[in-house]
Design a binder for this molecule. Structure first.
Ligand code: MRU
Length: 352
């Protein structure tokens, strides 16, 4: 399986997702600021992977601190957390991971740990967040595979795969688990304008795994559904509000509306760390607006005339009424989501 991100000696190393599939190159980050930049510039992307990268970046940044007393060390820690939090606003996993690191820091500091001991605990927590992410994806995949028919044509949007997590993937984890169980799966991967995560990353991962993959441009999804070529949709999420509204890559909303029109199940696969019970509904989810250049250019070629206004919201919100079920590592939530999600977050055993 692909190593999306890993420690290598004193560096955090990640595959450069901006360059895939043309070249497989790795970016080695030696400071927390380099990790923050890698998140912001999409060297690493995908909600769970962003959270993992932030935790590893914080641990690495603090490992390098030369502070001798806890006072200075605490100030540096706070600054490092603030820098990570300012990278990307929509994926709640980022803030979830930062909170986890803050909790470990506070517990260690209050328990009278030395600076060196706090450094070790932060690193252990970052490693745990990494390893638990892969484990969650596998469990989520097993739950999700129960929803996949023996012979299934599955449409997905963006990349919610191994590259978007510490490994295995959420939506692609469901697809992988179904394939591992011997189900016959064929995937339609939406291209996903403007950053092309579907065409570049989802297709790359699935082809490497030997899974039947067809790339379509985003505007083909409706027609594919109408022609009867899609049995189910599964996508990831950047943040799921308490009422089940889902923020995910721009274009997901359109796919969900089309799926409902054609009576096709629309599933969302995401770890519990993506569920944000503090956000009551989709209207309070912050949506990142990215650089115009992602829309105006493909590589170095300009597509649009100078003078045209450009919009580039990176995510949209799919109201919960379009969501057939939400697949997590703790089980499958169905409507009413305010009840089922709260039960899962509070670790009650809710099953499909
Ligand atoms: O802008 P990106 O590439 O970070 O957006 C990624 C997505 O929207 C994914 O679908 C989502 O983060 C889930 S990844 C398991």
């Amino acid at each position: 399986m692909l190593p999306t991100i890993e420690w290598q000696g004193d560096a955090v190393v990640m595959i450069d997702q901006r360059k895939l599939p043309a070249t497989e190159v790795y970016v080695s980050c030696k400071t927390a600021a380099e990790v923050a930049k890698a998140i912001k510039t999409m060297v690493i992307r995908g909600a769970p992977a962003i959270g993992v990268a932030a935790a590893m970046g914080i641990a690495m940044g603090m490992r390098r601190s030369t502070a001798t007393g806890t006072k200075q060390f605490t100030t540096e820690f706070q600054k490092t957390c603030d820098m990570m939090a300012a990278t990307r606003p929509t994926a709640v996993n980022l803030f979830w991971a930062i909170e986890k690191m803050k909790h470990v820091f506070a517990e260690a500091a209050q328990g009278g740990c030395s600076v060196d001991e706090i450094k070790q605990r932060l690193e252990a927590e970052a490693r745990r967040i990494h390893d638990e992410d892969v484990e969650s994806c596998r469990t989520m995949g097993a739950h999700g595979a129960t929803l996949v028919p023996q012979d299934a044509r599955i449409l997905t949007h963006c990349n919610a795969g191994a590259l978007a997590t510490a490994g295995y993937g959420t939506a692609l984890g469901v697809i992988r688990a179904a394939a591992e169980q011997g189900k016959k799966v064929a995937v339609l991967a939406d291209e996903t304008r403007p950053f092309l995560q579907g065409a570049r990353l989802t297709a790359w991962e699935l082809v490497k795994d030997g899974i039947d993959t067809t790339v379509i441009t985003d505007n083909m999804a409706g027609s594919m559904m109408r022609l009867g070529n899609v049995d189910l949709v599964v996508v990831g999420a950047d943040r799921i509000a308490a009422n089940g509204d889902v923020a995910n890559k721009i274009g997901t909303y359109g796919v969900a509306v089309l799926a409902k029109e054609h009576n096709i199940p629309f599933y969302v696969a995401a770890p519990i760390s993506t569920v944000d019970l503090h956000t009551p509904d989709g209207s309070s989810i912050p949506i990142e607006e990215r650089n115009d250049k992602e829309v105006t250019h493909v590589g170095s070629s300009r597509l649009t005339p100078e003078g045209a206004h450009i919009r580039n919201p990176a995510f949209d919100v799919t109201p919960h009424k379009y969501v057939t079920a939400i697949i997590t590592e703790r089980g499958i939530a169905r409507a009413p989501y305010d009840e089922s999600l709260a039960a899962l977050v509070n670790d009650a055993a809710v099953k499909a």
